[in-house]
Design a binder for this molecule. Structure first.
Ligand SMILES: [Zn+2]
Length: 234
């Protein structure tokens, strides 16, 4: 293989490596975001459990308030009953007391039910908290691992770019470097490619002429694919 083709091939390998590293630098932060997203389900479940519990507490307070109001009323009615001299009023007040006492009973039954629900909701909060902290642990580990990989790749990329500068400097013919760049971008990172013993270009897979094949083999001059212009080596 000609020295300049060998140098360009090394440059191409380095460019492919840089390309892969740059793709990883884009992908790793996306993976970190995806890891964080897995937390949001658990965070949401915990928030829902807490707000359900709070709504239930508000309902308990409201029932307690209703019970208190009715008990006050009952006390007032009993005082009125004690003070009245009229039989029919006494009876009527007594009926009202019974009605309010029944309501207090119903409200107290309801309060007990709400308290049972509160216990249930509390254990749901505890479960959601446990899930969240478990997921948080996994996610923290994963994000830290990804961060370490990201830092590695950044260092590797800087190193590879320095190597690349050295490789470009080695090629004497600047026009050839330009041709390489143009081909590299046009041929999807396949500017310098092998031509097979069946004369097939491994970039475009078209068969080159015997003359082109012979040139690639002899190395007398740089051989370009007749179809895609990729630089050929045997
Ligand atoms: Zn070709």
């Amino acid at each position: 293989m000609r020295d300049d083709v060998k140098q360009l091939l090394a440059l191409q390998n380095t460019d492919q490596k840089i390309q892969a590293l740059e793709a990883e630098l884009v992908r790793i932060p996306q993976l970190q975001e995806a890891a964080k997203d897995r937390l949001s389900n658990d965070t949401q479940s915990l928030a829902t459990a807490k707000s359900n519990y709070q709504a239930n507490e508000i309902e308990i307070k409201s029932v307690e308030l209703d019970i208190g109001t009715r008990k006050n009323t009952i006390e007032r009615l009993k005082n009125q009953q004690f003070e009245t001299k009229k039989n029919d009023e006494y009876t009527k007040l007594g009926e009202e007391v019974v009605r309010y006492e029944r309501e207090v009973d119903e409200l107290e039954t309801r309060e007990l039910k709400l308290m049972e629900i509160a216990d249930d909701l509390l254990s749901k909060i505890a479960g959601a908290e446990a899930n969240l902290s478990k997921t948080q642990g996994f996610v923290d580990d994963e994000i830290a691992e990804l961060q370490a990989r990201l830092d590695d790749r950044k260092a590797e990329l800087a190193e590879t770019k320095t190597t690349r500068e050295g490789l470009v400097a080695q090629v004497d013919d600047e026009d050839l470097v330009d041709t390489y760049h143009r081909l590299y971008n046009k041929r999807e990172s396949q500017a310098i490619v092998r031509v097979t013993s069946e004369r097939s270009c491994t970039s475009c897979h078209v068969q080159v002429t015997p003359a082109t094949y012979a040139l690639a083999q002899s190395g007398a001059a740089i051989a370009y694919c007749d179809n895609c212009s990729a630089i050929l080596f045997p």
